[in-house]
Design a protein around this ligand. Structure first.
Ligand SMILES: O=P(O)(O)OC[C@H]1O[C@H](OP(=O)(O)O)[C@H](O)[C@@H]1O
Length: 317
């Protein structure tokens, strides 16, 4: 790694890579803070060296995981804050824009939660997949409104993030039933809403989320159960406006099966995609901090927010 990258930034990058730090919003918050640290601790003596150092730090963070678009969107937001002409001015620019970004993130999630909560009625049962802080913000707001909500939580193989969801729902006082992923269809008749998060939302309204979301959505549609996606606008993927596709992360196969066991069962090929794509026709509503949208109309919001294009300010000039 580039020697200019601060040890704390390396540490954050490693934690994102190993998923110690995970979830699209949490990753965005972590990278904004990491750039702040790089700026605060920089001993660059001229503005161009400072800018180059910040770009190197951003590249190290950018290279960790490819799918959650909140990561490049966060880097873009913070780096665009650099407008001063002195090192001290630039340092302050980064600190200000990182702090501003993290505050906006918190506010957006709280606002999104209130919008999502309006879709949930007293007595509703939700089904969740993976662990999404945006999705849980909707439940939390509904509980705060005095609604009784129950949850059927899919464990979400291979990393079982459903356990985190179960724990956080229990902390909110929500009764939880934990199921294996393959039991989802069996229980959909008992469910009023499927509620999931997003790692990225494409311009056509497709939702990129944890592997298994698309199968769940197809089954839910078959049963007539509405599918609600909680996604801050930070997850809107500006590159898809100009035809880019979303890169689906392939993770280490040892998350599924260790090498010894794999050999014991005849060394099959193993693949471990972390995400899948749910087409817009299976999604009822995308809930954002700007209100809820049918997936087909998300492109309008995307143009409004990212109309200026999708530069890569971390690239070497
Ligand atoms: O931003 P929030 O809503 O917290 O999380 C969004 C999404 O991030 C997670 O991915 P991973 O566990 O990092 O692979 C899940 O797919 C989840 O739905």
């Amino acid at each position: 790694m580039d020697e200019r990258v601060h040890p704390e930034v390396r540490h954050v990058a490693a934690d994102i890579d190993t998923m110690e730090v995970r979830g699209a919003a949490t990753i965005a918050d972590a990278v904004a803070r990491a750039l702040r640290t790089q700026a605060e601790e920089s001993d660059a003596t001229d503005p161009e060296a400072f800018r180059a150092e910040l770009r190197a730090a951003a590249r190290a963070l950018h290279e960790t995981r490819p799918t959650a678009v909140s990561l490049p969107n966060a880097l873009r937001y913070v780096l665009r804050g650099m407008s001063s002409t002195t090192v001290e001015g630039l340092r302050q620019d980064i600190v200000t824009s990182a702090d501003d970004f993290c505050q906006r993130l918190d506010r957006a999630q709280a606002d999104l939660g209130k919008v999502g909560a309006n879709r949930l009625r007293d007595g509703d049962v939700i089904m969740t997949h993976c662990h999404s802080t945006d999705a849980l913000a909707c439940v939390e707001a509904a509980v705060e409104q005095g609604k009784h909500i129950e949850a059927i939580v899919k464990e979400t193989r291979p990393r079982n993030q459903g356990h985190i969801t179960a724990e956080e729902l229990a902390d909110m006082g929500v009764p939880v039933t934990l199921i294996v992923d393959s039991a989802a269809r069996r229980y959909l008749n008992d469910v009023d809403h499927v509620l999931v998060g997003a790692d990225a939302v494409a311009a056509d309204g497709s939702v990129i989320n944890k592997i298994g979301t698309s199968g769940l959505a197809v089954n839910a549609r078959d049963r007539g159960t509405p599918i609600m996606v909680a996604s801050q606008t930070l997850k809107l993927h500006p590159g898809t406006l100009t035809g880019h596709t979303v890169d689906i992360e392939m993770r280490d196969t040892e998350e599924i099966i260790d090498e010894e066991r794999r050999e014991e069962i005849g060394s099959p090929k193993v693949v471990n995609p972390a995400f899948d794509v749910t087409p817009p026709r299976y999604v009822d509503a995308i809930v954002t901090e700007r209100g809820q949208f049918p997936p087909e109309s998300i492109v309008t919001l995307m143009r409004e927010l990212f109309g200026e294009g999708t530069s890569e300010p971390w690239a070497e000039p």
